[in-house]
Design a protein around this ligand. Structure first.
Ligand code: CTP
Length: 397
């Protein structure tokens, strides 16, 4: 049984559609509402969709039931709380059980998916962020809110993702630990190539895609090393962080650890060139015009392609024109098993975006276009395609 928790946020109306999607997937759905949620949507709506009364009362016990929250917790295959308000997240993080939903949550040992939804300022408040970090540590899967228009009239991060996306996220979470026994190395973020102690050459990568891949791998049971250039993101809990700055440092870090890995996913945006000389002192503006001499960085992935052996190698390609042609060429030249193509001309795809739209090309040359989706969901879709390749090799579980 899927237990859908609905809390008192304006997005509660979207939970009805989510319940409908679960029912359409032939799941039994039990809705548990907080008292606040009933101010936004009625239990009758959920009862009509799921065929079961939506439960609110913590102390009422029906015929045949022993202890309601324990029965519910035991029967739940997954708990999905959507929308999850700051209030409910805070209570869950602190272990407070003052309504049926928070009580069931504490008693349950099944996977828990939380979908925070609130005003951006509230979402970004350190109290909420600390609660989310704590809930992650407790094993909850948190689905990042989307950006867009919020009920309070402003635009920002905090919107509940669309029910379709939540349903897909839940499916991905329930896929299980299919990467257990796999040692994976992921690279993420940009590199920085110093000009002098103050300045550097870099690119627009934020690391979101690579971090999402690392997090998805941890969720699916892999041992993960995350080699990352400078980003503002926290290393996903459970992954081993290796922080680097330049392409050369990334090269050394990756090559050192490559031998012990079954799988390498290279999402980093590595600078192809670095300044030929990095000045020891800050460069002065003494010239009216000057030239910058650049020299090529090592191509990390190409080197891994040469040493590949039985390992699975996945690369990314960022293109602005003739995307597929260039991606296919990179797949061949770097001896990859899969290449994930980002076409930077597509709105909502690529750097700094929370969503991405990609095309995945395999060794046989087959190309699969995926729809636009949140990066964390895309990470799971990529892993779905990689998993069968691992089984064909000795590295897989
Ligand atoms: N890559 C790498 N080392 C480099 C450059 C790129 O390992 N010095 C990896 C990236 O992590 C990515 C893939 O190669 O997985 C493709 O990166 P991309 O920048 O699209 O391609 P390049 O090989 O740099 O080609 P170009 O800049 O000509 O498009």
């Amino acid at each position: 049984m899927y237990l859908l928790g609905v809390t008192g946020g304006i997005a509660a109306y979207k939970a009805a559609e989510l319940a409908r999607l679960f029912v359409r997937d032939e799941k039994e759905v039990q809705v548990v509402m907080t008292p606040g949620a009933t101010r936004f949507i009625t239990p009758l709506t959920f009862q009509t969709i799921t065929g079961r009364p939506a439960l609110v009362d913590q102390f009422w016990v029906s015929e045949g039931e022993k202890v309601r929250h324990i029965d519910l917790a035991g029967a739940a295959e997954v708990i999905v709380v959507a929308p999850a308000t700051a209030n409910t997240l805070g209570k869950m993080a602190a272990g407070i059980a003052d309504n049926l939903l928070t009580t069931v949550y504490l008693a349950a040992r099944c996977p828990v998916v939380l979908v925070p939804s609130m005003n951006e300022q509230m979402y970004l408040h350190p109290a909420v962020q600390e609660n989310l970090a704590r809930l992650r540590k407790h094993g909850c899967q948190i689905m990042e809110p989307a950006s867009g228009e919020l009920a309070c009239g402003v635009s920002g991060k905090g919107r509940m993702p669309e029910p379709q996306q939540i349903a897909a996220f839940v499916r991905a979470v329930l896929t299980g630990k299919d990467y257990q026994g796999v040692r994976a190395l992921v690279t993420a973020g940009p590199t920085r190539e110093p000009l002098d102690p103050v300045r550097f050459i870099s690119n627009r990568s934020t690391g979101l895609m690579g971090y999402a891949v690392a997090r998805a791998l941890v969720e699916r049971g892999a041992e993960v090393i995350l080699v990352s250039g400078p980003t503002a993101l926290p290393c996903p809990a459970g992954a081993e962080p290796v922080v680097v700055e330049t392409a050369e440092q990334m090269y050394t870090a990756v090559v050192e650890r490559f031998e012990e890995c079954d799988l390498v996913i290279k999402a980093a945006a590595v600078a192809d060139y670095r300044p030929a000389v990095a000045a020891e002192q800050k460069l002065k503006k003494e010239f009216s015009r000057t030239m910058l001499e650049l020299q090529p960085n090592p191509d990390i992935l190409e080197e891994l392609g040469r040493r590949k052996g039985e390992r699975i190698l996945v690369g990314f390609a960022m293109e602005t024109e003739q995307a597929e042609v260039h991606a296919r060429e990179k797949l061949q030249r770097k001896n990859l098993d899969l290449i994930v193509l980002n076409d930077l001309t597509v709105p909502g795809a690529g750097f700094a975006s929370l969503t991405n739209q990609v095309c995945i090309i395999n060794r046989e040359g087959q190309a699969e276009n995926l729809p636009m989706m949140p990066k964390e969901l895309l990470a799971h879709r990529i892993l779905d395609r990689v998993r069968p390749l691992l089984s064909a090799h000795s590295g897989g579980a």
